[in-house]
Design a protein around this ligand. Structure first.
Ligand SMILES: [Cu+2]
Length: 214
């Protein structure tokens, strides 16, 4: 079973603080609240990108990408995006002297970008209709890492990651309690078990074999 199935299953047996539910809570917590378990595999072209932030914006019909962001003003922010087909991406210049040009795109997509260099305050929008992987860059700053990628739709290679992604409440994943409570419950159960064992060892035997220790 995959992780989501595991979480649902674990959530379903959430009667007591069992090891399984504790593990599920920990897994959900490690995922930053979950949600980001699956993400597109972005091309090596954007490996060294300035910025580097990834954002899953599927479900938003309009998305903004800042052009010339970051302390060095050579980042696209977010750098890597996941959107649904038909999403309009507005590129918003936040510093001067940049353009947006496709480096690679799905066959037939026909995205031409915006070649003229523009300054802060300029915006340019494009609606991505064709599914697949797009990479793009700013010509003056490509060598400084001013590159980005946009994955459109479900027809892209994906990977499962243990962290990052959006903020999603664990309850949305079928785990009907907060991971913190699982952790606390686990500790309480461990203490109770230890105490039980302790008293069992200390008094349990003498109670049944009366007089043995006295
Ligand atoms: Cu630039």
């Amino acid at each position: 079973m995959d992780r989501r199935d595991f979480l649902r299953t674990a959530g379903g047996v959430a009667g007591g603080a069992t090891a399984a539910t504790a593990a599920a809570g920990t897994a959900a917590a490690q995922e930053g609240g979950g949600g980001g378990t699956t993400k597109p595999v972005f091309p090596g072209y954007v490996d060294g990108a300035a910025g580097g932030a990834y954002s899953d914006m599927r479900g938003s019909s309009e998305v903004t990408v800042e052009v010339g962001a970051g302390s060095n003003q050579v980042a696209f922010a977010p750098t890597n995006l996941w959107i649904e087909p038909g999403t309009t991406v507005t590129f918003e210049w936040v510093s001067n002297g940049h353009n947006v040009l496709p480096n690679s795109q799905p066959e037939g997509a026909g995205w031409s970008g915006h070649d003229p260099l523009e300054d802060e305050g300029f915006t340019y929008s494009h609606t991505f209709e064709t599914g697949g992987m797009y990479t793009y860059y700013c010509r003056p700053h490509e060598q400084l890492g001013m590159v980005g990628a946009i994955a459109v739709g479900g027809d892209v290679e994906t990977e499962t990651v243990g962290g990052g992604g959006g903020e999603v409440d664990p309850e949305h994943m079928g785990v009907p309690f907060h991971p913190h409570y699982v952790g606390i419950a686990t500790i309480v159960m461990m203490v109770v078990s230890l105490l039980f064992t302790f008293f069992q060892l200390k008094y349990g035997e003498s109670a049944h074999a009366s007089g043995g220790n006295n």
